[in-house]
Design a protein around this ligand. Sequence first.
Ligand SMILES: [Zn+2]
Length: 377
Amino acid sequence: MSYDFKALAGVYKEFLRDVIAIETPSENKAQIDKLVTCIKDFAEKRGFETERIPFEKAGDYLILRRGKGSKKPVMFMAHLDTVHPVGSFGENTARVDGDIIYGPGASDCKGGIATSMMIMEALSETAGFDRPTLLLLTSDEEISCRLSGERGKNTIIETAKTACAVFNGEPGWSDRFVTARKGVMGLKLKIHGVAAHAGNGYFNGASAVREAAYKIIDIESLSSKEGCTFNCSLLRGGTSGNSVPDYCEFSVDVRGLTLKALDGAFEAVGKIAENARVTGTTCELCLLSRRPPMEETAGSLDLLSKINEAAEKLGQNEYAPYLSAGGSDACYTTMAGVPTVCCCGPFGSYQHSVRESVDTSSLAPRAELLFETSLLL
Ligand SMILES: [Zn+2]
């Protein structure tokens, strides 16, 4: 059998342009809610059932459902938010040039919304396919669910628990799918010292900036290719050039493969925070955010082997499993114990930059690949 994905891609290319035109920075609830309304209206016209999940601070979440069946649903997932403030893309927010559409979130992750809906339409029209399908759209993936909080994370986990498999629509690659992701932890160190005149009082002061310098060297030295990485940034300290600085702060971005590794990293940074090299300084360690890793599971690798079975049937190349150092909401569906493969969306370029684009010629082949894979579930 063969479904006409090319014709459907034409419809969804237009939809995608409309969706990209709405700028949706994670913290701008009004803009995200506007996008939710736009997708909800389009989806209802095309026969999807919709469920809007309101949030107070975060943009609303949206669930689209389609199809019937006695078996567990196939779940798709994507996020609505983007990283640049409104206005960053100029007046012509979504720009079409042949197959390419440029604009905020073109491939990260709006392209994944389009392919997911295409697959759901095709599956619902396939005789004998005995599973419903659903698409969960989250609103603050780019800031690790900071605004939707525990309720947001639980919505992802509880929705995933109903499903047999999850395809996450982050931007795709031509030769791989992501089956594991590092966890990310955001820390801040606040160092307090003793201010003094840089001339007459120099030896009476305790420099918070000097202490930060020692700590930064110690913390970054913990990084290893096999273990965690520690990136110190956003260093700010001192109030004038001729005073010994009494305050300094900096952030640390920690990435690790397992929860255990992140726990160990937190403990190691804690020891460095406690140990003052400049007498008279003290340090506070603050945990700002923490997104668990997407740990590789047998179920996820098995799902990838089904993708490869479908790829072979369609004459597409083989896809390798890939470990990404960036986080995504796929960590929560993996935590829920459901086989998950990430980066299932169409191809694109320059994500998180004002040159971001999506290649709409990849909508049909991507949708067809994951449609065929779903038939094997
Ligand atoms: Zn993304």
